[in-house]
Design a protein around this ligand. Structure first.
Ligand SMILES: [Zn+2]
Length: 345
């Protein structure tokens, strides 16, 4: 339990099936050292999902023996696309496909339900904020900048400047998955230009994501390896998920796919170098959980394909995001704590 006179914030990470929750005290200490998980009930609709978030808050306070009156703010993150102040896209979103989610103000609804200020970030920005704070520590975080790329189902991004998330006028800053990258020298001569779910062709996510493996990379590379076992596994989404395991075992088809993904991430970092010239480039996602030899191979390839000026290369580093499964809840809590420190020091 926090000392008397202190206050706490709660971080809530909302996913398709699960909410993760954590408590951060005013001294910057996370109270539970493990994840507090509960069902997110997103598929049941907004009312049920807001109830589930309120339950997640109550449970983590019980788990840590924290008085509800000590909670000054709540940090919330969800997958996008969601506006900077937490309104689900009017076209819906992957996790929020029911019509009643479209245009729903998830941040405002949770704030009204709890009667406590709620600070919103999308999940990639929350993870980027967490990686930034863990890497630099509380003293340096506010003076440093970073760019995060998280390769999952899609490609999530986050840009942090002087310790704060860059949001942009419409809340769409840091959507690095939909940055166009040059394909010359990345694609094979007869390989079709990859397309992204966002409607663009040849953006970063069209190569560096699980969706890209399923829709673009695996179908092409199976034409080059027509007898490969993955060609006999259906549906394509199931085969795509197996590619990482083949890569860890040194399979040539899988390595060709991951080589293209590493080049795409390197090219994206090269673009970032000319935009914000960050101190650190973070790489997260499935590759962080991969076998160490494969992870190092992939990270080295990303470094090889990131073009930095000599001065930048001396000053900056390219590293992995730490413990990603806690990153959403913890990054959300950090955002909530920062909001309190700024408004009431
Ligand atoms: Zn895209």
């Amino acid at each position: 339990m926090p000392d008397s006179g202190q206050w706490v914030v709660v971080g809530l990470d909302n996913g398709g099936t699960t909410n993760n929750a954590t408590v951060l005290d005013s001294a910057g200490r996370f109270l539970p050292d493990r994840l507090a998980e509960s069902p997110s009930r997103v598929l049941d609709g907004p009312d049920e999902a807001i109830d589930a978030l309120a339950d997640a808050l109550r449970q983590v306070l019980e788990l840590t023996g924290t008085e509800p009156a000590l909670v000054r703010a709540v940090g919330l993150d969800t997958p996008g696309p969601v506006s900077a102040d937490g309104v689900i896209s009017s076209r819906g979103a992957t996790n929020f496909s029911r019509p009643d989610w479209r245009g729903f103000d998830v941040r405002g609804a949770l704030e009204a339900r709890l009667g406590i200020p709620v600070v919103y970030n999308n999940d990639a920005n929350a993870a980027a904020l967490y990686a930034h704070h863990v890497h630099f520590g509380p003293e340096k975080a506010a003076r440093r900048s970073s760019v995060s790329v998280i390769v999952g189902t899609g490609l999530g991004g986050g840009v942090i400047e002087s310790g704060r998330v860059v949001r942009g006028t419409a809340g769409m800053a840091g959507e690095l998955g939909h940055v166009w990258i040059p394909m010359a020298g990345l694609l094979a001569a007869d390989q079709p230009v990859p397309e992204c779910n966002c409607g663009l062709a040849a953006d970063a996510e069209s190569v560096a994501s699980l969706t890209a493996i399923e829709k673009n990379l695996l179908p092409y590379w199976l034409t080059r390896f027509p007898d490969h076992e993955l060609g006999r596994i259906g549906p394509a989404s199931a085969a795509a998920k197996l590619v990482r395991g083949y890569g860890e075992a040194g399979d040539p088809l899988a390595l060709a796919i991951f080589r293209q993904q590493a080049m795409a991430v390197g090219r994206l970092f090269s673009i970032a170098a000319n935009f914000t010239d960050p101190d650190v480039y973070f790489l997260g996602g499935g590759v962080v959980e991969a076998a160490p030899h494969f992870r190092s191979w992939f990270l080295d390839l990303v470094r090889e394909h990131t073009v930095l000026r000599e001065e930048q290369a001396r000053a900056a580093s390219i590293v992995l995001v730490p413990d990603l499964d806690m990153a959403g809840a913890r990054g959300s809590a950090i955002a909530a704590r920062e909001s309190q420190r700024r408004s009431a020091p």
